[in-house]
Write a protein that binds this ligand. Structure first.
Ligand SMILES: Cc1ncc(COP(=O)(O)O)c(C=O)c1O
Length: 545
């Protein structure tokens, strides 16, 4: 289903025997769809030559034949599943969408999902569960205390993450709130490569400061770097020297770095950050939401990991950490759930006490037994190599198809999402007028696609970029859905000069992007709507005919 792109074929040509290519001098694997490992091509004939001892001419013919038999001709990476249950999606007209958007104050969070055609708002909690997960859910034991479902959940989590204490929570932010309430003081500073919005908000809610320390390359959307999610270790060291170890109760690394473009963190960066922390007795926590995608990027791009399984790589990642927060709604392939992991007995006790107060007993932590079962199975499915290769290739497919037409995106494509650089897409709109909000609104009006702004609205003064994230739910959409998304984006790209900015009509004191309402910034001469689909569309919308 996924076509081998010309860029991808170029990557293969540039590949080394280790099955990797160079991105601006740094070894990285081809991230495009349809890639074939060089290892397959070269090692098989050599193995045959090792066991056949014949005259050179005959051997040559045999090698040629084995080559033609064994060379993988079909390069298409397919969805590694078939569909058993379908959920209809509804088309609306552009006029309907314009009206719904106005009613929602131009905030896509406030639109009913029934009026969305392709929902790329988030990859969180939106995965399609497998037959094994549904089967496991039937085994769910709903006992208040001591449920065997918890035992299975804990065993699955410990097998991958290795922490002594596993504390279930209803989702990632509950784990964050409990951790920061226990560990942070009012003058604390928590460094991260980039804090996700809920992480930042939970730290700030405790009166502490959340500080982003990504590498400099992370601020340049078009720059290629294999591990753009890395933390700037020099700045981390400087910070700890300047502020004092006592003010830094923990250091966090978000894998992959969601707010920084879904970019991975390398194993060597995890090791380097851990080394800095260890010297000063500061615990390192990993925000583990997309740990499997990060592990697969390490396999593809980091020297020494090509032959390791994603499970082995994930175990190594967490062997460097003292704890983690996890939203199982991402690489847990579950619709709800999360957990907190730690090796620290006394911290775990305090966290469980708080958990009982706000989430539930430590053997369910705000989840049903069946949710614990779904996560236990999902965590392992997320580490399956066929799944990960399809996952990374399908995200890159969207990125490659729009960027080759000039649409500015964060490069290289991330694991779970494509991030359009809204400042470069809409240079006529200053950050204070929310270019990301304007672009997300235009994509909805044009084609019923829901995306999300990650920029000035979400992070206020901390925003260094204005991005529109198109997050791909796991195992949900097929290639034709993504082809449709490509077509809509390119149509909006062609008409980008017509798009205008917004100003805020209402905002909440925390996490304002969820509930904010806007009004268009219009000059008197302009039409009333900031972006209305025009009849110049390339293909007719069947719902309008
Ligand atoms: C990196 C990161 N951390 C934390 C969270 C919060 O998880 P949850 O939505 O389960 O509360 C998210 C959610 O998207 C995330 O992407």
């Amino acid at each position: 289903m996924r076509r081998s792109t010309s860029a991808n074929r170029g990557s293969e040509r540039r590949g080394s025997k280790a099955g990797s290519v160079l991105i601006q001098g740094i070894r990285a694997a081809p991230v495009s769809a349809g890639c074939v490992s060089w290892r397959t091509r070269f090692t098989l004939p050599l193995q045959i030559s090792g066991i056949v001892s014949l005259r050179p001419g005959l051997l040559y013919i045999l090698l040629l034949r084995s080559w033609s038999i064994r060379t993988p001709v079909v390069k298409t990476i397919i969805e590694p599943f078939r569909i058993k249950s379908v959920e209809p999606i509804r088309r609306t007209t552009a006029q309907e969408r314009q009206r719904l958007l106005e009613q929602a104050g131009y905030n896509l969070f406030l639109i009913s999902s029934e009026a969305i055609l392709i929902d790329l708002l988030t990859d969180s909690g939106t995965a399609a569960m497998s037959t094994e997960q549904w089967a496991a859910m039937m085994r769910g034991d709903e006992s208040y205390a001591g449920s065997p479902s918890f035992e299975r959940f804990r065993a699955a989590v410990q097998n991958i993450f290795g922490f002594r204490h596993i504390i279930p929570t209803h989702q990632g932010r509950a784990a964050e709130r409990i951790l920061f309430s226990v560990i942070c003081r009012k003058d604390s500073i928590v460094p991260n490569n980039t804090h996700f919005d809920t992480t930042r908000a939970n730290i700030e809610f405790c009166g502490a400061r959340a500080l982003d320390l990504p590498i400099a390359e992370a601020h340049q959307p078009s720059l290629l770097h294999p591990f753009k999610g890395n933390m700037d270790t020099s700045r981390l060291e400087e910070l700890i020297e300047r502020e004092g170890r006592e003010r830094v109760p923990l250091v966090m690394l978000t894998v992959t770095n969601n707010s920084g473009g879904g970019q991975p963190v390398s194993m060597s960066n995890i090791r380097a950050v851990k080394e800095i922390c260890s010297r000063r007795g500061i615990p390192l926590y990993i925000d583990a939401c997309r740990f499997a995608e990060n592990a697969y990027f390490i396999k593809l791009r980091e020297r020494g990991y090509a032959d390791k399984t994603p499970l082995e790589i994930a175990r190594e990642m967490f062997s460097h950490a003292d704890g983690c927060t996890m939203s199982a709604k991402k690489d847990g392939l579950a619709n709800i759930g999360g957990f907190l992991g730690t090796h620290d007995d006394s911290l775990a006790q305090q966290e469980k006490n708080l958990l009982i107060l706000t989430e539930g007993f430590p053997t369910y932590g705000g989840l049903a037994g069946r949710d614990l079962e779904a996560i236990a199975v999902g965590l392992n499915e997320a580490l399956d190599e066929d799944y990960l290769s399809y996952r990374i290739a399908s995200t890159a497919y969207l990125g490659d198809h729009i960027s080759r037409e000039g649409v500015p995106i964060v490069q290289p494509p991330g694991g779970h999402a494509i991030y359009i650089d809204a400042r470069a897409f809409l240079p006529q709109i200053p950050p204070a007028q929310f270019p990301g909000v304007a672009l997300a609104a235009a994509l909805y009006v044009e084609g019923g696609i829901r995306s999300v702004e990650i920029g000035t609205l979400m992070f206020g003064e901390h925003a260094t970029m204005d991005l529109v994230r198109l997050a791909i739910p796991r195992r949900v959409y097929t290639q034709s859905h993504i082809d449709y998304v490509v077509e809509v984006i390119l149509e909006v790209w062609r008409r980008r000069a017509e798009i205008r900015g917004f100003e805020i009509a209402y905002q909440a004191p925390f996490l304002r992007h969820f509930t904010a309402r806007f009004r268009p910034v219009l000059s008197r001469a302009e039409p009333k709507t900031p972006f209305v689909s025009s009849p110049r569309r390339t293909k007719p919308d069947p719902a309008e005919s």
